[in-house]
Ligand binder design. Structure first.
Ligand code: FAD
Length: 399
């Protein structure tokens, strides 16, 4: 694989490739190029502890500057890669210079989807988070456009800070892409219980000074409007380089693009995923980290297809939801524990095969769920909902 690895994008996935390469004994050059300024950082706290004022923005960096020097990782912040010359194996920097590579890793992530209206804030990067926090502190009436994970995390923090909060959502239920209807309803009631209001099946048609207008003509007072309506993968470099894209940069089960010298990982990668039963593009820390580890291993000669169990979490109020597997193809959902206790897990099945587990304030179920999925251990819906069945014992008995 040669001795020069160039990584484009210094987010969760790009950072992890660099770290894992050194941990795996790679001794060559590692260039980590990112168009954001400052040290690489984690995004999850931006909509949680940072927005709530419980964590300072400077503490979200993965590692201090010295780490990169010690590890001989050539960190190039504030540099945008403008193009790839596949024939000569070089990348062009927007600033004008060129950098040769033996292996190129694209970890370009995704950018926020925007609405064609002014006066809306978004949350993807450190600068967005600083501005949103300032505006939130000064706001009284907050409208959140989008009832997905990020929108609901922002709504929870805003409500806990004493703001009036309304969430608008074009679909009829919350987090519809990712969870069962029963969990959408649970979240709606949990938010409502502390005073968050919802406008479901509602499109925003106008945002003006102090007001948001919905499709039915009704208006909501708003001195802060923030949207979390999904992201668009950053695929431009590969499109221009003539590499195929689907819902992201197309890669094979080893995360390699159509060019054998170029990998793509993280939020930007459309990859075959055994848990999806087909191709998927997954936006999560787990996916970014595990795909980075998989590519680093291949660069040092340990070839294995990508096969990690997907997992994710969201924190809203005192509700910690941990999810593993991918539930969208489920034909049956059973509950372990009671929703009233706010400690329960949903087990998703298809043809009686376990697909996914969503655990609410039940971390032990989450950990077992990940192991069951990884091992492919059989679990019936009846066992899953029967609290007298020790799920951990199934793991050992299968071994
Ligand atoms: P990114 O982190 O987006 O990094 C890509 C980087 O590449 C960016 O810095 C981008 O600017 C840079 N880049 C793009 N093009 C170029 C170029 N041409 N040249 C140079 N640089 C370039 N996931 C969870 O699992 N749990 C959570 O609770 C959670 N909470 C989140 C909260 C927020 C507010 C956000 C925004 C995300 C959250 N996520 C969460 C998702 C998770 O952070 C992402 O899935 C993860 O960051 C993806 O990593 P990545 O490296 O693929 O992409």
């Amino acid at each position: 694989m040669g001795s020069r690895v160039v990584i484009v994008g210094a987010g969760q996935a790009g950072f992890q490739v660099a770290v894992s390469l050194r941990a795996d004994g790679f001794d060559g050059l590692i260039a980590l190029i990112g168009d954001e300024r400052g040290l690489p950082y984690q995004r999850p706290p931006l909509s949680k502890t940072v927005l709530a004022g419980k964590q300072h923005i400077d503490s979200v960096a993965f590692r201090p500057e010295r780490f990169y020097q010690d590890q001989r990782i050539e960190l190039m912040p504030g540099e945008k890669v403008a193009g790839i010359d596949r024939a000569s194996r070089q990348v062009f920097l927007a600033a004008g210079s060129r950098l040769p590579y033996d292996t190129l890793v694209l970890a370009t992530g995704a950018r926020v989807r925007t609405l064609p209206m002014d006066g809306i804030l978004y949350l993807r990067d450190r600068e967005h988070a600083v501005e949103l926090k300032q505006r939130l502190d000064a706001a009284a009436n907050v409208v959140v456009i989008g009832g997905g994970f990020i929108g609901l995390e922002v709504a929870a923090v805003a409500r806990e800070s004493g703001k009036t909060v309304c969430v608008t959502e074009v679909q009829s239920r919350l987090m519809a892409r990712a969870v069962a209807p029963v969990l959408s309803d649970f979240y709606r009631e949990a938010h409502r219980g502390v005073g968050v209001r919802f406008a479901l099946d509602a499109a925003v048609t106008n945002v003006s000074d102090g007001e948001v207008t919905l499709g039915d003509g009704s208006t909501l007072p708003a001195d802060l409007v923030v949207a979390g309506i999904g992201v668009v993968p950053n695929t431009e470099l590969t499109v221009e380089a003539g590499l195929p894209t689907g819902d992201g940069i197309l890669v094979d089960d080893h995360l390699r693009t159509a060019d054998e010298h170029i990998f793509a990982i993280g939020d930007c990668a459309d990859h075959p995923n055994v848990f999806a039963g087909g191709r998927a593009r997954i936006e999560s820390v787990q996916n970014a980290v595990d795909q980075a580890k998989c590519v680093a291993a291949q660069i040092v000669g340990k070839s294995a297809p990508y096969s990690a169990v997907p997992w994710f979490w969201t924190d809203q109020f005192d509700l910690k939801l941990q999810m593993c597997g991918l539930s969208s193809r489920a034909d049956r959902v059973v509950t372990r524990g009671t929703m009233e206790s706010r400690k329960f897990s949903l087990f998703y099945f298809r043809d009686r095969r376990l697909l996914a587990v969503d655990s609410m304030n039940r971390p032990a179920d989450h950990m077992v769920g990940r192991k069951l999925l990884a091992a492919g251990t059989s679990l019936t819906p009846e066992q899953a909902e029967d609290e007298s069945v020790d799920l951990k014992s199934l793991l050992t008995s299968a071994n």
